[in-house]
Design a protein around this ligand. Structure first.
Ligand code: SAH
Ligand code: CA
Length: 229
């Protein structure tokens, strides 16, 4: 689970969850199973899943996109918030991870809403653009390899409908966007210089982008919301 105590104390974080988190049983079970995986830090924390679910409900989203499935926690959070006969396309290259989530998508009864596309996400997005899906998606969540974020941003922007919303995850890169030497003692990771440069460049580009409205939130590891004009 991604570190969520960027600004608040552990006690306050736990309090926040105790008075606000409503986690579906399938989500909780999937989170517990994912926690055993050595890459579990990649999964969004539960309050972020609930936040994205709320956004999807406010948007009345019926067609959504996700780039970076992992074990499918964010996928399930969004799918549970969407009405029947809606569709979420989720992209990943690693079917070993995505297979973990399928059982819980089924348990929650939303597997029919989830369209998993295995393959490099840039290719999947190009396929959607070529197949006439431009200007049709209500919501897009970007959460795969950071070096390709700019490509995911541009292609998502094409695929979103006017007024559609994009959520871009990990825009703080665990703090390394301001301190590249940062090596988090808890996380035991060092973000690569190419990832840091890619994220900084995209963050600066989005601020100036006249095609969109934006807000950057200190949710989990930094979440930028972008609304297509
Ligand atoms: N949204 C997930 C976490 C995604 S982690 C959650 O909250 O649980 C990032 C994912 O991006 C990994 O599963 C990884 O396999 C995938 N990924 C990395 N490079 C990719 C690429 N080029 N195309 C598609 N997926 C990719
Ligand atoms: Ca993430």
């Amino acid at each position: 689970m991604e570190k969520s105590e960027i600004q608040i104390s552990k006690g306050l974080y736990e309090y926040m969850l105790s008075v606000s988190l409503r986690e579906h049983d399938a989500l909780r079970e999937l989170r517990e199973v994912t926690a055993k995986d050595s890459s579990a830090i990649m999964q969004i924390p539960p309050e972020q899943g609930q936040f994205m679910a709320l956004l999807v409900k406010i948007l009345n989203a019926k067609k959504t996109l996700e780039i970076g499935t992992y074990t499918g926690y964010s996928t399930l959070s969004v799918a549970l918030a969407m009405p029947d006969n809606s569709n979420t396309i989720t992209c990943d290259i690693n079917s070993e991870w995505t297979n973990i989530g399928k059982k819980y998508w089924k348990q929650a009864g939303v597997e029919n809403k989830i369209d998993l596309r295995i393959g490099p996400a840039l290719d999947t997005l190009d396929g959607l653009i070529n197949d006439g899906h431009e200007n049709t998606f209500d919501f897009s969540f970007i959460d795969a390899d950071k070096i390709n974020y700019d490509g995911y941003y541009e292609k998502s922007l094409k695929l979103l409908c006017p007024g559609g919303l994009m959520a871009i995850d990990n825009v703080f890169l665990f703090g390394s966007v301001v301190d590249p030497e940062l090596l988090d003692e808890d996380l035991k990771i060092r973000i690569s210089d190419t990832d840091i440069l890619a994220m900084r460049t995209l963050n600066e580009k989005i601020k100036k982008d006249e095609r969109i409205d934006l807000t950057m939130l200190p949710v989990a590891d930094g979440l930028t919301l972008v609304r297509k004009k």
